[in-house]
Write a protein that binds this ligand. Structure first.
Ligand SMILES: [Zn+2]
Length: 439
């Protein structure tokens, strides 16, 4: 029990430093592929702690990244990151949206444990209400339209706390620890590119968590597993037609708006699947240039979801067929681009049950159920499935924490006790999986 006690004491001692770090990440919120300042700080700290550190091209497969902004926007964000105090050495590798960092700790022969911490903010304008704590205390986001409204500032901070504590107990571990600081989780755009780079190959155990609000349980409870998050695909769609004078020669145009409108009605009419939950949504449609012009271009943002990967594939294929045929009906063409995707995920019950015992022994209260149903989608699924397919075990546990508003809300904030709890949970788990002694 000695090491467990050491972990708990250290996590508590780190709390003030972690609160400051979390508020710094919160203030300089950076959304997906713009996490240049955040990445540079993480890489600097991991290096100072003695980790082997990967950044830039070594983290994400460039071509497997989804939903990346254009070069001009990325350059502007790079300048912003530098102006906001990015580490001058480590920021360089992030240029062009090559964000994210991995810290590796080698402790000799033994299993490999990977831990994942997502680091990106959301496209949300943060509240400036007097009772919104980050604003009241002056650490609200200074980057317009970017806000940590999902707690990833906390996840990144926990990752750095975990890095510190594991380094301090490394003589009690055998095997390898990989700390994966993942960019662009929002919009499910980043994890796939880390898997594509091969970082999950040979991983025996994979753990990730999300700070999770709830009304059913008291603060600080833990659910050791998750199941049934939705598989999803996100597409940007552009219909191309031909403009013409609406009075003089309407027959001379190809109406892209008509193609898009035909698609909208048919997309929303895709038959539901008897095998489980499916979803389709057209979330945005922009078309046309003026009253007397046949529309030559229409833009849409759509997403599909399914209770599992197969069900999502059913909706996705149906949707793509509709897009192609709606375009053809009106003599238009269509292009679509995958902007994000996730598979469904299910934690390994045996790992969840093993961690339940570890965490109960460390003083945590666990939920009755081993698996919590995750409502949305999570691209951690790519990492979990990669590990599970090669015979490893993975879990996505939930750290139940008091929230001031729901995730993705502009008034989102969390009880910062989450920071020390996160460090305790990850470190006691790693110690159990890699311990050299049984005491
Ligand atoms: Zn999130």
């Amino acid at each position: 029990m000695q090491i467990t006690e050491k972990i708990i004491t250290q996590a508590e001692a780190l709390q003030p430093e972690m609160v400051a770090q979390r508020r710094d990440f919160h203030k300089y919120a950076e959304s997906g592929w713009f996490e240049m300042r955040t990445t540079s700080i993480i890489a600097r700290k991991l290096t100072e702690l003695g980790y082997e550190v990967l950044t830039g091209e070594d983290v994400c497969d460039r071509d497997a990244r989804m939903g990346v902004a254009d070069d001009a926007t990325l350059d502007k964000q790079y300048e912003r990151a530098i102006a906001q105090g990015a580490d001058p050495e480590f920021v360089q590798a992030t240029r062009g949206g090559m964000t994210g960092a991995i810290g590796i700790l080698r402790c000799g022969e033994g299993p490999t444990v990977a831990l994942r911490f997502d680091i990106d903010a959301l496209g949300v304008i943060e509240s400036q209400d007097a009772d919104h704590r980050p604003f009241a205390e002056g650490w609200n986001s200074v980057n317009p339209g970017m806000m940590h409204a999902c707690g990833h500032d906390g996840h990144a901070t926990v990752g750095l706390g975990v890095a510190k504590v594991l380094m301090d107990i490394k003589e009690h571990l055998r095997g390898t620890v990989k700390l994966i600081f993942q960019p662009a989780e929002e919009g499910v755009r980043g994890a796939k590119s880390i898997v594509a780079k091969g970082h999950l190959n040979g991983v025996d155990y994979l753990l990730g968590t999300h700070v999770t609000g709830n009304t059913k349980y008291p603060n600080c409870m833990v659910c050791p597993g998750a199941k049934d998050s939705l598989a999803t695909s996100k597409y940007d769609v552009i219909f191309h037609g031909k403009s013409a004078h609406a009075g003089g020669s309407p027959n001379g145009g190809n109406n892209a708006m008509l193609a898009a409108a035909t698609a909208v009605l048919n997309l929303q009419a895709i038959p539901r699947h008897g095998g489980g939950a499916t979803r389709i949504n057209v979330g945005k449609l922009v078309a046309g240039s003026g009253r007397n012009v046949i529309c030559d271009e229409a833009f849409m943002e759509i997403e599909t979801r399914g209770a599992n990967t197969e069900l999502n594939t059913y909706v996705e294929n149906y949707a793509l067929r509709i897009l192609e045929n709606a375009a053809a009906m009106h003599g238009c063409t269509v292009e679509y681009k995958l902007m994000g995707a996730a598979e469904s995920l299910t934690s390994d019950v045996s790992l969840a049950q093993r961690l339940r015992k570890v965490w109960e022994a460390a003083g945590f209260t666990l939920t009755e159920e081993d698996m919590m149903t995750a409502g949305g989608s999570e691209d951690f699924s790519y990492m979990m499935n990669a590990v599970q397919q090669q015979g490893g075990q993975a879990t996505f546990f939930r750290t139940l924490t008091k929230l001031s508003a729901g995730a993705h809300n502009r008034r989102f904030d969390f009880d910062e006790v989450f920071l020390q709890n996160g460090v305790k949970l990850f470190c006691t788990a790693v110690y159990d999986l890699l311990k050299t002694t049984t005491k």
